[in-house]
Design a protein around this ligand. Sequence first.
Ligand SMILES: C[S@@+](CC[C@H](N)C(=O)[O-])C[C@H]1O[C@@H](n2cnc3c(N)ncnc32)[C@H](O)[C@@H]1O
Length: 231
Amino acid sequence: MDEKQVLERYRTRLVGRFHRLFDEWFDARRGIETVRNVDAAHLADVVDLTGYEGDEELYAGTPCLLFEALHSPLSDMERASTTYIDVGCGKGRMLIQAVEAGFSNVVGVEFAKPLAEQARLNLNAALPNADGTWRIDEADARTYDYPDGPLAVFLYNPFDPPVFRAFLSNLLKGLAERPRELRLVYNHTLCADLLDAEPAFERLSYTPLQRAYARLMNPHPFGAWRYVGAA
Ligand SMILES: C[S@@+](CC[C@H](N)C(=O)[O-])C[C@H]1O[C@@H](n2cnc3c(N)ncnc32)[C@H](O)[C@@H]1O
């Protein structure tokens, strides 16, 4: 390992610890639990893990401090009429932040029942006066039927290429049937090449300041895309 890699490893660890403190504080303030990661092995009996690496962590939450920076390419979307969807919402941390950020229609899609149930508990506790603004759909991203109207889709590294392909083809099929505005924010972009290769999507840009902040604070690569329709 060279000097640069050692420094990068320390940076990642330091940033990870810093986020952990804020995420614990995020939970403590709201009386919820989103911090503990969950391994795939713990959910193998309740979800179809074909196409997943069995020894991986299935759930880890996006650091709460990254919400604004990651979502900045959505800033001009009308929050009252756009549905915010976290595909693979886990315990619902991003959904809470989306409601707090003014989205009035927020949906979590989660295929692991125990995580979907934890997300419901968390949102009920964190947002006691937000009835009707959010819901959790227990569903698989490979077959999910998206709601009508403009969509802001968020992904935090929920799946590897085989499942990502199925997610993307299902999403595109839905958009071809009912075309509308869609923007997608993707953190930890392991499958960015699949989106870049898809003519129906084009990259959205972050301002240099947003990009610098998110790069400094985010151990992972990230990006945003816009649906531009079938060619
Ligand atoms: C890395 S976690 C991200 C959690 C949340 N989006 C966040 O940023 O805090 C990925 C989540 O995607 C879910 N997931 C993975 N594959 C899925 C699929 N095919 N359909 C629905 N949810 C899925 C996992 O159960 C896990 O909760």
